[in-house]
Design a protein around this ligand. Sequence first.
Ligand code: FAD
Ligand code: DLZ
Ligand code: SF4
Length: 511
Amino acid sequence: MNLRLILGDQLNPAHPWFQSTHADVTYLLAEVRSETDYVSHHVQKVCAIFRSMERFADWLEGAGHRVRYLTLDDTAAHADFPSLIRHLLETDPFDSFDYQRPDEYRLLSQFRALEFPGVTVTEHDTHHFLVPFEELAKTFPVDRNLRMETFYRRMRKQHDILMDGNEPAGGQWNFDVANRSKLKAADLDQIPVPQAFSTDVADILQRLQRHDVRTIGSIGQALDWPTTPAEAREQLVHFCESALPAFGTFQDAMTDQHDQAWLLFHSRLSFAMNIKMLHPREVIDAAIHAYQSRPDISIEQVEGFVRQILGWREFIRGIYWTRMPDYQSLNALAADRPLPDFYWTGETRMNCMRQAISQSLERAYAHHIQRLMITGNFAMLAGLDPDAVDAWYLGIYADAFEWVELPNTRGMSQFADGGIVGSKAYAASANYINKQSDYCRSCDYMAAGKTGQDACPFNSLYWDFMIRHRESMERNPRIGMVYRNWDRQDAESRDLILQRAAWCLAHINEL
Ligand code: FAD
Ligand code: DLZ
Ligand code: SF4
């Protein structure tokens, strides 16, 4: 008898395990406290994972497999997977235990240490990523400075994606410069209505309450996330039809002037991909098919989208697995300030932060530029402790799993890895936020102000950050110019800016 574990982010119906049925194999899906508790998750994330697990179990059963689904009620006596699995192996006549390789260092270490007398333990691949696990060490050597762009071009060639023979389709590898438009009033009409879902999760909410599971954020009447591969595919089709035609153009734009400002032209497919309901290659192929069959989708749009999945997503995973476990404690900028309360409430006078945090609490979602240039940028400028920042990002987003959250947060956004993911810190003042959004127009603070109580905190904090880290940052030729601008200002102005920053840091919860 063989017991096979399927984790909450391993719901891949195309996995080789499920291609034939075996009477001696039992599939196990289990709600377990170690997973609900390793961080405070958003309530929508837990509900979306549990409902997707249940529906996956139903599908497996319908396809003729033997399945055990254990809820929190059934697993209450077991704190984690090793304890639960030991119990199951002792109470039923299983002689082998199989698992798919977890996408997280913590669980992988736990599973590789499992030993049960008389039971064979076997690890299997998840068959989900485009770079095979065994090739990660060769593809992402630890002794080399890696850049996403180089990796991405190699992936395009290797998988023959958006290629004209040996040349990139459209004559350019990267249309990033075409992806920076601000939304003008006339563009707001183009923002599509997102695909919505409304799954009843009242029973799960009751279960979470019964077991005192601590969650963050809110949930409306029903769950607005896909919970089956069919629903995820609906979301993909809807995205290609309605948002892909402008995805690249407005990839970095932000607004608070529209009902769908929280999503704009983004796909919200990360959750479905990360729990493996949807294969990244299927998403890439669907976008390219739409581009090839529809004249209103230009290469700039589709390339921008493909780059995120074929490039960034795979690159980030490679960094995670080749740099862990050291990576999780890197703190190159020695940041140590606690997270201000407004990260948990959204209650701040800074409009950009209020919008990004409130929608995250309300929807378990923020789009990339909000995560990077608003909440992430503020955290880095203010010197917030990267452990606290990681825990926030890992908990609040429905798509957050450590392999993808950690290098994005600690690396790309906080520069705590000292430049492994990106070549420079994404530090920005109000100037950038004002250029990419209309947040500043309805903010209590003055985007142009650097000193005094009304001045935008991002401005003085930006300079304070740059001065705090001058020695290391100035070595980067892409940043040297910034210091020449600073040095040109008179001493009194510089002093006032740093005083304003000191006030902001001392009164951070009042901002
Ligand atoms: P779209 O804008 O529609 O992009 C399409 C897809 O590209 C995404 O679904 C995603 O799979 C992929 N993608 C885009 N950017 C990245 C990236 N930088 N890394 C990996 N994949 C990417 N993404 C997660 O999936 N989980 C996380 O926990 C996560 N944490 C992040 C934390 C920070 C601080 C930052 C700056 C980014 C983080 N990202 C994370 C990356 C990115 O912000 C999200 O993938 C994206 O916002 C998800 O929304 P979407 O599906 O609408 O993406
Ligand atoms: C995130 C999550 C949560 C909240 N709960 C469960 C669970 O009860 N059972 C389960 O199998 N998986 C859950 N997950 C997803 C796991 O935490 C995820 O598989 C690991 O973090 C590896 O990526
Ligand atoms: Fe954010 Fe500053 Fe603009 Fe206000 S003025 S929205 S705080 S960048």
